[in-house]
Design a protein around this ligand. Structure first.
Ligand code: APR
Length: 236
């Protein structure tokens, strides 16, 4: 880690940070995506042709996150934000609510949020904590049949990318935690940060496809490594 003062920080998180809270990661050894074929449950085509299957898959995920609690890695990122204020941006690919449950504020959910629903009839999105069924009415327009999870499916554009790219182009530290680097554009954030002259750090339980691109790699479970890493940054 460079000894000069780090002032602008971007942190990217993926499924690995929530694994120790009991939420399974996406890419299992069986090649399935949380036990399903991606194209059946998480693509724009699946919404168009098989909406109930998509809603059913995300209803289950929504129920799973009702009782899960943030872990020490989520909490360490809150402390870091509190120390840095607006110079700290947390970008998560996770659709679970654990970062905000821990207390993070300066947070972008680039792949959307499980606890929101979108309506194809009115185009609006709203907080949502129940199951979306065929007869469920849109909380905004009151119509049934058009609801879908407010998450970014394969084939769709991630959210708030302009803000993320701006922050990356101006950061001097970029940290990727618990992400396999298999999905773009998030997998390319390290390249943008490197181009901006930032110091780049990967924290992961295992080596990833993108590991060679980072200046520094810390191998281990996020719940153990992240609090120590954040504490070491406070000492700089
Ligand atoms: N601590 C740190 N890293 C961990 C831990 C842990 N306790 N457990 C697992 N990991 C790492 C794995 O080594 C792996 O590199 O977390 C990563 C999880 O990878 P993925 O399952 O591919 O999740 P992610 O990178 O978030 O996926 C990106 O792909 O499927 C889409 O939209 C979905 O947001 C998701 C995106």
């Amino acid at each position: 880690m460079p000894k000069e003062r780090i002032s602008r920080i971007v942190v990217l998180t993926g499924a690995g940070i929530s694994a120790e809270s009991g939420i399974p990661v996406f890419r299992g050894a069986d090649g399935l995506w949380q036990g399903h074929r991606v194209e059946d449950v998480a693509t724009a085509e699946a919404v168009a042709f098989n909406r109930p299957v998509v809603n059913d898959f995300f209803n289950k995920r929504r129920r799973e996150v009702e009782k899960v609690a943030p872990n020490s890695a989520h909490r360490a990122l809150v402390e870091w934000e509190q120390a840095c204020g607006d110079d700290f941006l947390l970008v998560t690919q996770n659709i679970d609510p654990l970062h905000e449950r821990a207390g993070s504020h300066n947070l972008i959910h680039m792949h959307g949020e499980l606890q929101r629903i979108r309506c194809d009839s009115c185009g609006e999105s709203a907080p949502f904590f129940a199951d979306a069924l065929a007869q469920t009415l849109c909380p905004v327009c009151g119509r049934a049949g058009g609801l879908r999870p407010d998450v970014v499916l394969f084939g769709e554009m991630p959210m708030r990318m302009e803000e993320v790219f701006m922050a990356l182009s101006a950061c001097d530290l970029f940290v990727a935690i618990g992400t396999s680097g298999a999905v773009y554009p998030a997998a390319g954030f390290v390249d943008l940060a490197n181009q901006a002259g930032a110091y780049t750090v990967e924290i992961n339980a295992a080596e990833t496809e993108r590991s060679p691109t980072f200046h520094e790699r810390l191998t281990g479970r996020a719940g153990e490594v992240v609090p120590d890493f954040v504490a070491s940054c406070f000492k700089l």
